[in-house]
Design a protein around this ligand. Structure first.
Ligand code: T46
Length: 327
């Protein structure tokens, strides 16, 4: 489902009850400009039946429960909100219908804009036309993140268990920091990451094969749009992954960095004793720039990338996609 997802808030629970705190841009992807709530909805009545051109909101059932049917013009999904420590982020261009209000439901809504009646699209046919156009460009992101053998998807809650399994695997995490805690902690971590993703500060991908078997993860972070440099890392593949997975993932990451995010340089660091990774990056065309007692630092410039792409990488992905610029 595009532009819509559940958010889990951290709850503080003790014998006195629970407390959830929400702060702009911390555990909420935007700044709150308006708060409203819907309550006393007679049983069986439905509300909504519209989309917003620009407005983004988070809906929370602070009491009782409510179901939300959302549509993006192509997909449809139903979410049930019944816990005050979870919310539903609904971005712009999403059709919503709220129904089945139960148990004295109070639906709290946090919105990133003041009320504006012109922002509503209330006619479903009109919505379908506008949303089709709107999502056309956005879809290209997922369409091109694939080769003949793998595809990449931006990480979400459904990847938490796999992420947990890989990051608690001692062998695999010899050279990166392992995680402690539980799958629930990974979900919370992913939720925090999603805010950075929304702000264009970081992109974390789950790599899978074309049968949807998950193979690993890779991340672009420290994205600096002024200096046009970012860091590549958190590259983790499960044991016995197909032979070309690392190479193909790397090529897609560089394609995104240079041709979508418009970077001039991609940097990475690797533990000095991680011979396998060092060898891989060097063979791939990364150039070592410095080292300290713990890490070696490598970089790939745009010039180098363009050259290597045509000479070496092209045959693996067979196309270099010119992305629309992010910024
Ligand atoms: C949405 C869903 C989740 C205002 O005057 N100011 C406001 O900020 C809002 C939200 C509404 N109104 C007025 C406009 C209507 O005369 O309140 C009346 C009821 O609003 P509406 O029929 O739009 O309510 P819902 O439940 O169908 O939709 C509301 C929000 O409008 C909408 O943005 O996403 O909740």
């Amino acid at each position: 489902m595009r532009n819509c997802r559940k958010i889990k808030f951290k709850g503080f629970f003790d014998e006195r009850g629970g407390l959830v705190a929400i702060e702009n841009n911390k555990n909420l992807p935007f700044e709150i400009k308006r708060v409203y709530y819907i309550y006393n909805v007679p049983q069986g009545l439905e509300r909504g039946f519209h989309s917003h051109r620009n407005l983004e909101q988070v809906l929370i059932a602070v009491s009782g429960s409510v179901k939300i049917r959302v549509k993006d013009g192509k997909n449809e999904e139903t979410y049930e909100l019944k816990n005050p420590d979870e919310g539903l982020f609904i971005g712009n261009m999403i059709w919503r219908e709220m129904y089945d209000f139960r148990d004295k439901a109070v639906l709290l809504v946090l919105a990133n804009h003041e009320y504006n009646p012109d922002d509503y699209i209330k006619d479903y046919k009109e919505y379908l036309n506008i949303s089709k156009e709107y999502f056309k460009d956005k879809d290209s992101l997922n369409d091109i993140l694939s080769t003949d053998t793998i595809k990449l998807n931006l990480v979400d809650d459904n990847d938490a268990e796999f992420l947990y399994n890989l990051r608690t695997n001692k062998e695999l995490t010899k050279y990166i920091s392992p995680v402690s805690g539980s799958i629930a902690d990974q979900i919370e971590w992913i939720n925090k990451y999603k805010i950075k993703e929304y702000q264009g500060k970081e992109f974390y991908f789950c790599i899978s094969d074309l049968n949807n078997e998950k193979l690993g993860f890779v991340r672009l972070y420290n994205i600096d749009y002024n200096k046009k440099v970012l860091t590549f890392g958190s590259f983790l593949l499960k044991e016995n992954h197909p032979k070309l997975t690392a190479l193909e993932s790397m090529i897609i990451m560089l394609n995104i960095s240079f041709d979508y995010l418009n970077m001039e340089k991609v940097e990475l660091d690797v533990r000095i004793n991680n011979e396998h990774a060092k060898h891989f990056y060097q063979r791939f065309g990364f150039v070592k720039t410095k080292e300290n007692n713990i890490d070696e630092f490598y970089e790939m410039t745009r010039e180098n990338y363009d050259k290597l792409y045509n000479e070496k990488y092209y045959k693996y992905v067979r196309r270099k996609i010119k992305w629309k610029k992010w910024k």
